[in-house]
Design a protein around this ligand. Sequence first.
Ligand code: ZN
Ligand code: ZN
Length: 274
Amino acid sequence: VLPLPPLVHHLLSSTLTLLAFAAIGALLQVAWPARRDQRFFRPGFVADLLHSFVNPLLAAPLVGALLLFSGARGAHPVGLGALPTPLQAVVAIVVVDLVGYWRHRFLHTRAGWACHAVHHSSRELDWLSNERVEIGEMVTTNFCQAAALALCGFPPEILAFNLFARRAWGFFVHMNVDLPFGPLRYVLVTPVFHRWHHSTDPRAANRNFATFFSAIDWIFGTWFLPAGELPAELGPGTDPVPAGYVEQVAYPWLTWVRRLVPRGSGPASAPPAG
Ligand SMILES: [Zn+2]
Ligand SMILES: [Zn+2]
């Protein structure tokens, strides 16, 4: 079998991944819907597909360059790669979730919000909402993850496993589903837990930052999951994020330029306060 050109490989593997999670998301949504009236082809579907296919192509070379120039690749000050492989996999997910928790908290400050507002701009969440991640955010996220794991001494297989596991869990927690998790909700991030993170409810502002382990939010006092209640409204609050793909990719950069060169008044990009 001839190796496929990288672009064809990317298109094929992305398509198969999206089809798999679309099927899982659609089935779970029928059985345990969070919002019953939500359509499969909801507003923003095409923009999210473009984010999914195009952004990783633009982010990957930048992440590679950052890893190379920072010296993170090849630096192994902590020898966690000597642990048994299953344990490495678990520890890697915990390490990345801890790093990701604080990275995500930073994205909810005024400095980081313009980037992250794009992810929060979905007003109807489903599996595909996971893919709406602006390129600057994608670059910093993937760099922080890879650098943290390389510094811990994990081998490339564990880095690949982490990417796969986090993407799969990311698809899951954005699904339009209300699955009963019981006491596990204090340990794991569930779709409803993350749905509250996307809500405009002031009670949920600056809550539920973890991706995998809700226990991290519990430890740092940002855990929020009211019993028997689902958020009424989702979205970026008062932030004027545009609807189109190109406009969304440009949005943080234009916001930052406007901050340097203030011109007139209009709705400004600001994180939700709570
Ligand atoms: Zn967020
Ligand atoms: Zn999200």
